[in-house]
Design a protein around this ligand. Sequence first.
Ligand SMILES: Cc1cc2nc3c(=O)[nH]c(=O)nc-3n(C[C@H](O)[C@H](O)[C@H](O)COP(=O)(O)O)c2cc1C
Length: 203
Amino acid sequence: MKLMAFVGSPRKGSNTDILVDRVIAGAVSRAPVEAEKLYLYDLDIKYCNACGAHTVFQGSRDCPLRDDMGPILERMQQADAFIFASPNHGRTISAALTNLFARMMPLLKMHVEYDAQGAIVHAEARPLIEGKKAVSIVSQGDFSPSSSALVLMVMDANMRDFHLQKIGEMLSTGNLQRAQVLEKAADLAQAFSIGERLAVSCA
Ligand SMILES: Cc1cc2nc3c(=O)[nH]c(=O)nc-3n(C[C@H](O)[C@H](O)[C@H](O)COP(=O)(O)O)c2cc1C
């Protein structure tokens, strides 16, 4: 099983990263796993500039931005499963994860049907990563889960847009300090069990 984990926190070794490690450990406990963990803030992933090159209306061309994203898109197509992980930043996902989802757009191959007059009568996306498995992991500082309502919605919406099969999600609350999640045995156990489910789902 090839697993790609995207860590959307700028803080290595902190809450989001720790939870991702627990998910990976859970997966490894259930299956032979080739895991790749990517720290989004360490990578050269330029902002999407909305050129539209990848859209069917502009010939479904490759993204012209030359950075780390091209090889990542290639590897995503070879992967079986993904972990998308983010801290709550201003009640939504982090800037780096937002940009990752934007730069994943070339994976959304659009199929468009026109009528005799050239009007669009049907359009549908057939993502190149359709059907692969995914989980979302979120850490927040607030104690009230409602603070991450939008975070979870954005995670869900992106999984749906890329036709990924969501295997699980978790929201760990009250992590105001760096690595505070280490004090929360239940949250660490939940992350581990999500990893187990992810591995089983890929078997
Ligand atoms: C810029 C920024 C904005 C944040 N906004 C929120 C917020 O709106 N709600 C919340 O509960 N926590 C918020 N937090 C706290 C983080 O979500 C929390 O500390 C999280 O556990 C950090 O994860 P990390 O240690 O992996 O970076 C914010 C933190 C930062 C740095």
